[in-house]
Write a protein that binds this ligand. Structure first.
Ligand code: ATP
Length: 358
């Protein structure tokens, strides 16, 4: 990429909408502040209606915030119209010109900028090559597959060499397998060009596989910002733990606080927790245990009964009862591994270092 990638900063951004039913105002985006580093791939993730698209559209300039400032690099951009901003957006619907061919779709923005024919040709052909559409330049876009159309949409955004590339759920119209292929390609291209990318999705596996940082939103607010690993292994609260991946919540009790660490008892074991905001000794709490961190054995300290045992190919999915608590377990299947059947009496084990206290 010829140009330097830009960072994006949102300072106390709020967007108020009126609920069409109740006619009451509500904050679709509620006073969020965040800082996106130049060259990073960041996803806005969260359930439907949490405000991620509105946030993206405010960065693009299709919506304006009611309060707060948006910066692209060092420049405050609130007052700029979308095409004056150094951003380009890849839409879910592709938004291609149906009666134009691939070349002209990709060239469109450059023609408006009145770039010379030779420069346009070179830049478009470089993009055609990058998104692997070579040979299809003359094809009309309504005669392309969904995946090919999405590549054209990506090339059309990239050819503008934006400081920041924005994606609004770009893969949701593709089938599951193609989605996985395309997301890998998007990530590779982003890394190759070193461009800043902000990507909206409600698909947590998409967010985890693509991102340097995930911004997880809930009801207009930021629930947590972190690397995929931080969000997965050290969720800040129950919403985050539950939204990302499968999770077990074990009942725990905070026993005492020593040297800024909390000692938490769960299932006859005591673990140390570093984050225990708002918890006092004697309080009940929840202990997060991911299903892949649990193993089933014939005998052990924590007895259980298997109530569901499902073969999933690469792994076996179990649900077991430990007293009154249902625990989900995924065990990767080696051919020789013992598979427990429904009704089997067994026991669970886990490494304390895999526990995380909320
Ligand atoms: P999804 O994944 O379903 O697209 P989202 O997280 O992107 O969800 P937004 O599209 O940002 O959510 O919408 C946030 C909230 O604002 C929702 O409750 C939505 O109904 C509401 N909303 C969005 N646009 C408008 C509008 N123009 N007028 C009124 N309410 C709106």
């Amino acid at each position: 990429m010829a140009k330097e990638p830009k960072g994006v900063r949102l300072d106390n951004i709020t967007k108020i909408y009126q609920d069409p039913k109740t006619k009451k105002d509500f904050a679709a985006v509620d006073n969020i502040t965040l800082d996106i580093k130049p060259g990073s791939f960041v996803t806005l993730l969260g359930p439907s209606g949490c405000g991620k698209t509105t946030t993206l559209r405010m960065i693009a300039g299709f919506e304006s915030p009611d309060t707060g400032d948006i910066y692209l690099g060092e420049e405050a951009i609130n007052a700029l119209t979308p095409h004056k901003r150094d951003t380009a957006m890849v839409f879910q619907s592709y938004a291609l010109l149906p009666h134009y061919n691939v070349f002209d779709n990709i060239a469109y923005g450059l023609k408006i900028r009145k770039m010379s024919k030779e420069d346009i040709y070179k830049r478009v052909m470089d993009m055609v090559d990058l998104v692997e559409l070579t040979g299809l330049e003359e094809r009309q876009t309504n005669q392309l597959s969904g995946g090919q159309q999405q590549r054209v949409a990506l090339a059309r955004a990239l050819v503008m060499e934006p400081g920041v590339l924005l994606f609004d759920e770009p893969l949701s119209n593709l089938d599951a397998k193609l989605r996985v292929t395309m997301r890998t390609e998007i990530r590779k291209i982003q890394q190759k060009l070193g461009i800043t990318a902000i990507y909206v999705t409600h698909d947590q596996s998409e967010a985890m596989s693509l991102s340097d940082q995930i911004i997880l939103m809930n009801k207009g607010k930021i629930a947590q910002i972190g690397t995929p690993q931080e969000i997965y292994f050290s969720p800040k609260n129950e919403f985050v733990a539950d939204f990302i991946g499968e999770v077990n919540f074990l009942p725990g009790k905070l026993q005492k606080i020593e040297n800024n660490k909390a000692l938490v008892a769960t299932y006859g074991t005591t673990i140390e927790a570093e984050s225990f905001e708002n918890l006092q000794p004697g309080d009940d709490c929840k202990v997060v245990l991911r299903p892949e961190s649990v193993e089933l054995h014939d005998e052990g300290r924590i007895p259980c009964e298997v109530i569901l045992s499902t073969f999933m190919g690469s792994y076996q999915y179990y649900q077991v009862m430990v007293g009154d608590t249902m625990v989900k377990i995924t065990e990767y299947n080696a051919k020789s591994r013992k598979i427990y059947k429904v009704g089997a009496k067994a026991s669970i084990t886990f490494d304390n270092s895999n526990l995380h206290v909320l």
